[in-house]
Design a protein around this ligand. Structure first.
Ligand code: SAH
Ligand code: SF4
Length: 396
């Protein structure tokens, strides 16, 4: 990335973007798949013969140029622009708070319909800029080390709200490509997407899929599927479908090497255990034609961080093209765990590395603004769900 990371101290801008009262009446084009966009244009009176061309033009204005106002769509005749404006809007969620960390990480608190809030995090690095996108308000799962898991689930995000997070970040970064600039340029500020924000993406499959298809579309945002990583806690039945219908990179929140420990850390393990998860993961690279699975492993002091755990992990993943991403535990108020010591993490990484696997230790980013992994949780919902309530909702 050529642009230097912003180094401003923590700042907090409260943005007030008034919501149009009449907005509800118009259909939002953001988040529609290409076939749905075409159908919507036909419904509004676009002659069928022109529909394909109009779909491409409107698509490019929205996703390649970042235009939100039909009057700026200068390759469309004025009466057609007026017709579009009468029927549609191009609306992304509202940014309520924007914070910039000392390390350049940016966190946006985004308000979506119904007054709910989700968090989006942008992480600049030397060779890439990664946007961590949320897929749900809260999460129905209750991983015991995760702050999001203590939040009451309110709802799934729509495809529009998911792709809208990417558009908001590009707005803030000022990154809508200038004409003629190669959109595949690796010097882009926003070059990667990780579905590692709030929520379990595979419990909101269709919306996540549609949004990622929009992000990958070569006539729009045009990110390679190799630059999109979906992280799941292990929703086994949806893993094959992810390979077939999205084809992005896969990360899995593994975190333990025995079912007994994984049951307590990642309770979805009671539904689909380590063996079932590994079977599904073994198939993933073949079907999706992706290179490696990322195994995320949170380092919790005296819980999952022994030499024996490291060796068991190597045995378990044998035969799967893998990289192990060690995540030092990020603390949050009231968290029942502690981060493993740096020496312990290095020793664990070393054992895995010597067995032939990449074992990077993820540097926590944006801790001063509570933007690090597992710290995301909006201010609106603080109530902890009862275990019974979660069990009833998820069938776990
Ligand atoms: N629900 C998905 C994606 C979001 S979580 C999933 O669980 O995979 C993104 C990553 O952050 C996961 O690997 C998750 O286990 C990890 N994580 C959650 N809380 C954390 C914490 N407090 N410290 C470090 N990593 C955490
Ligand atoms: Fe949900 Fe992922 Fe947090 Fe588990 S780690 S509670 S699946 S967001």
């Amino acid at each position: 990335m050529t642009n230097p990371a912003p180094t401003a101290p923590i700042t907090q801008d409260v943005l007030t973007i008034p919501r149009k009262a009449a907005a509800e009446a118009k259909r939002n084009l953001v988040g529609l798949t290409r076939p749905d966009l075409r159908a919507a244009l036909i419904d509004a009176g676009t002659p069928e013969k022109q529909a394909k061309m109009r779909e491409t033009q409107v698509w490019q204005w929205i996703y390649a140029k970042g235009v939100r106002d039909f009057s700026q769509m200068t390759n469309l005749a004025k009466p057609y622009r007026a017709l579009l404006a009468e029927n549609f809007e191009i609306r992304v969620p509202e940014v309520v708070v924007r914070k910039v960390s000392e390390d350049g990480t940016r966190k946006y608190l985004v308000r979506i319909a119904g007054g709910h809030e989700v968090e989006v995090v942008y992480i600049p690095e030397d060779d890439r800029g990664t946007l961590c996108v949320s897929s749900q308000v809260g999460c129905t799962l209750t991983c015991s080390f995760c702050h999001t898991g203590t939040q009451k689930l309110v709802r799934n995000l729509t495809a529009s709200e998911i792709i809208g997070q990417v558009m908001i970040a590009r707005d803030d970064l000022g990154e809508w490509p200038e004409p003629g600039r190669n959109p595949k340029d690796e010097t882009r500020l926003l070059s990667n997407i990780v579905l590692m924000g709030m929520g379990e993406p595979l419990y909101n499959f269709e919306n996540v899929r549609d949004a990622m298809k929009i992000a990958m579309d070569p006539e729009g945002i045009s990110l390679s599927r190799r630059r999109i990583t979906l992280s799941t806690s292990g929703v086994v039945p949806e893993i094959a479908r992810t390979a077939e219908e999205i084809g992005c990179q896969l990360a899995v929140s593994f975190h333990a090497t025995t079912d007994a420990v994984r049951d307590t850390l990642v309770p979805i393990n009671k539904r689909w255990n380590i063996q079932e998860l590994l079977d599904a993961l073994r198939e993933y690279p073949k079907v999706s034609n992706s290179e490696r699975i990322t195994f995320e492993y949170v380092m919790l002091k005296d819980v999952n961080d022994s030499d024996e755990d490291a060796r068991r992990l190597i045995e378990l993943i044998k035969g799967i093209p893998a990289k192990i991403n060690l995540i030092p535990f990020n603390e949050w108020p009231g968290a029942p765990y502690q981060r493993s010591s740096n020496n312990r993490i290095r020793r664990f990484a070393d054992i895995i590395y010597k067995a032939g696997y990449a074992s990077p230790i993820r540097t926590p980013r944006g801790e001063d603004i509570m933007a690090a992994c597992g710290q995301l949780k909006s201010a609106t919902e603080r109530a902890r769900k009862s275990r019974a309530q979660i069990a009833a909702e998820t069938g776990l």
